[in-house]
Write a protein that binds this ligand. Structure first.
Ligand SMILES: C[S@@+](CC[C@H](N)C(=O)[O-])C[C@H]1O[C@@H](n2cnc3c(N)ncnc32)[C@H](O)[C@@H]1O
Length: 194
């Protein structure tokens, strides 16, 4: 299934069909950046690197992972003005974080905007288990996920998100809204590693 998803995402990046790629970092991310001192961040499913660019502009170091080479290439272009040691990009599957040995864990901040909710249902518990291992104690995990809908395999219900990510992580807040790019219900979550 992951191979099929990767092919689907690859084709969409190649065709420029990325409605999620607004080129704007979400306000929820700016909100947390206004609270935290610069540190190390990991963006899971980083796409074209928009959020990484805003992290780097604020003095953070940022690592990004995406399994589509086309996304990584676009991110590399977007981030070329930053020193290589401050931003690193990896073409890799986020469900296999344990095999990516060059990560700079533990991170102060881990971000997943629209990536985790795409992964196979069987892979979700392993993915959720890996997030606290990527975080410092007290570190933050920002998650954005659309809610499930009948015509798609993508989506996490809020109750499923809570089941997956607590108690290793504390839920700090949860905000429901609508994804204006695709017109579906969605949620932001802020977790903290205990
Ligand atoms: C909806 S897009 C969001 C991209 C970016 N976070 C943003 O907000 O623009 C989801 C991204 O996750 C990536 N992705 C999905 N499943 C992945 C996986 N298992 N491993 C790595 N990347 C994955 C896709 O290639 C895509 O770039």
């Amino acid at each position: 299934m992951n191979a099929e998803q990767r092919r689907n995402f690859s084709e969409r990046y190649a065709a420029g069909d990325m409605p999620w790629d607004s080129g704007i970092t979400p306000p929820e991310i700016f909100e947390i950046l206004s609270e935290l001192p610069p540190g190390k961040a990991l963006d899971l499913g980083c796409g074209t690197g928009t959020v990484m660019r805003d992290l780097l502009r604020r003095g953070w170091r940022a690592d990004g992972i995406d399994f589509v080479q086309g996304a990584i290439d676009l991110a590399r272009d977007k981030l070329q003005q930053f020193p290589a040691e401050t931003c690193r990009l990896f073409r890799h599957d986020v469900t296999k974080l344990d095999t990516l040995t060059s990560l700079r864990a533990p991170y102060d901040l881990v971000i997943d905007i629209g990536c985790g909710h795409c992964i196979d249902k069987e892979a979700a518990p392993g993915y959720a288990k890996a997030i606290p291992q990527m975080l410092k104690v007290g570190g933050a995990f920002m998650l954005y996920a659309s809610h499930p809908r009948p015509d798609s395999t993508v989506g996490w219900a809020p109750a499923e998100v809570e089941r997956l990510f607590t108690p290793k992580l504390n839920l700090v807040w949860h905000r429901q809204g609508t994804d204006t790019a695709i017109g579906v219900a969605s949620s932001w979550y802020r977790f903290q590693r205990t």
